[in-house]
Design a protein around this ligand. Structure first.
Ligand SMILES: [Zn+2]
Length: 416
């Protein structure tokens, strides 16, 4: 299988201009974007993407979850396509690059292949997955999840937004429901280019993150019950302070996560204190412990240790404690062959790179269940994302798309 030459590059200016043109649709209030899924702005973004794909000579497929598939033919009608892509929807106060770079980077590689007359044996398809963000209709990565058989389609279509509108009704309203059965397409491979959404690549001055794993997560909701009492008139030895119990458990969470380093993390981002009054000792606290690691056994071990220590802490303080598992996502190991293709591409192009673990969920995490999959990450300024101030450089975007193109052309078998 021939590898593309090291001088083969995408057109960085064209990619950047397309990113800026797309960002005009669904502008935010602070320079970013508010282009939530299945809104009028989403429909407008889809129409622009489709027009660009058609200009590039692609045929557009659309499935019943609104997933878009822009195909560039290969030379072998029997060969399964190599897919690339990500999502065009954004957070309510989102950036211009989260998701969009992966879709328009995919389009840019097709434009470059057209410019240079590059033929591949396998077709190449650029995908826009519907509702990756999950802000309007929870959960995140909804349509790629249905595609991969993780979620039931009718369940997904019945998801409601804050005003009671359903995913299915809104998909029909904006006119982007297709005829294709969801998940019917078979893939030779899938590659997703995405901004890191973390600070590591920029801090280390690396151009490219070769994503080897996706972090798994586990959410355990902990309820500690003590006794509400007056903060002034209750003697210290007679208190059953659920808030203090939580503080000690959170110290344990920190220690446990650090002991399982370097890739494990743990914290509680959700905390409810009852009655949450300045002069009442908390009688009850409910909080969610979030543990993450690329290794399932590590997540399970952290959970077990947290529960053991929480029981001991609460027993010593005459508090009651209970646990409920409220969410989870198993770690992802990306396909070694696809990961190697990404690393080889970065190497060939002369870009600095390092292995990296995705701390966030992505469509690629679901697609990995049905096709050999890998991800490419590029740095973002200060690791900032899900924020209108999200920023990358033109050079970072171009490097990521260059690597995407080389990995795809090699996997799709360039005809020489
Ligand atoms: Zn994203």
């Amino acid at each position: 299988m021939a590898a593309p030459g090291e001088n083969l590059r995408i057109n960085g200016d064209r990619l950047w201009n397309s990113l800026m043109d797309m960002a005009k649709i669904g502008p935010g209030v602070a320079g970013g974007n508010n282009r939530q899924t299945l809104t009028d702005a989403d429909a407008e973004a889809r129409a622009l993407f489709r027009s660009w794909c058609e200009e590039a000579g692609c045929t557009m497929g659309l499935d019943a979850m609104g997933n878009m598939f822009a195909a560039r033919a290969g030379t072998d009608p029997q060969a399964l396509p190599v897919y690339v892509g990500s999502h065009l929807d954004t957070q309510p106060t989102g950036g211009k690059y989260d998701g969009v770079l992966g879709v328009l980077g995919g389009l840019e590689i097709l434009r470059t292949m057209n410019d240079l007359g590059i033929k591949t044996r396998h077709p190449v398809v650029v995908t826009n997955w519907t509702n990756e963000e999950g802000t309007r209709f929870a959960p995140a990565m909804l349509a790629s999840g249905v595609f991969a058989g993780v979620h039931d389609q009718s369940w997904a279509e019945a998801r409601e937004d804050a005003t009671g509108k359903t995913f299915g009704a809104e998909l029909d309203r904006i006119g982007w429901r297709g005829d294709e059965p969801v998940g019917a397409r078979k893939m030779h491979a899938f590659f997703e280019l995405h901004i890191e959404q973390g600070p590591i690549l920029e801090a280390e001055g690396k151009d490219i993150g070769v994503v080897t794993h996706g972090q798994g997560l586990s959410w355990t909701q902990v309820t500690i019950t003590g006794k509400e009492a007056h903060t002034g008139s209750t003697p210290m030895p007679m208190r059953r302070n659920a808030g203090l119990g939580m503080a000690r458990v959170l110290e344990a969470v920190e220690t446990i996560a650090r002991a399982h380093g370097p890739h494990a993390v743990g914290a509680a981002g959700h905390i409810d204190v009852y009655p949450n009054s300045r002069n009442v000792i908390p009688g009850k606290v409910v909080f969610t412990v979030d543990f993450r690691s690329p290794d399932l056994a590590v997540i399970q071990d952290m959970e077990t240790q947290m529960k053991e220590q929480a029981r001991k802490i609460c027993e010593d303080m005459q508090l009651e404690v209970s646990f409920e598992k409220v969410g989870g996502f198993d770690p992802v190991t990306f396909d070694p062959g696809c990961v190697a293709a990404v690393r080889a591409a970065a190497e060939r192009l002369g870009y600095s790179h390092r292995n990296i673990i995705s701390g966030a969920g992505h469509d690629a995490c679901w697609i990995n269940q049905v096709a050999p999959t890998a991800m490419i990450m590029c740095p973002c300024v200060d690791g900032l994302s899900h924020n209108e101030a999200e920023e990358i450089t033109k050079e970072w975007a171009a490097a990521g798309a260059d690597v995407l193109m080389h990995a795809v052309i090699e996997t799709a078998e360039v005809i020489t």
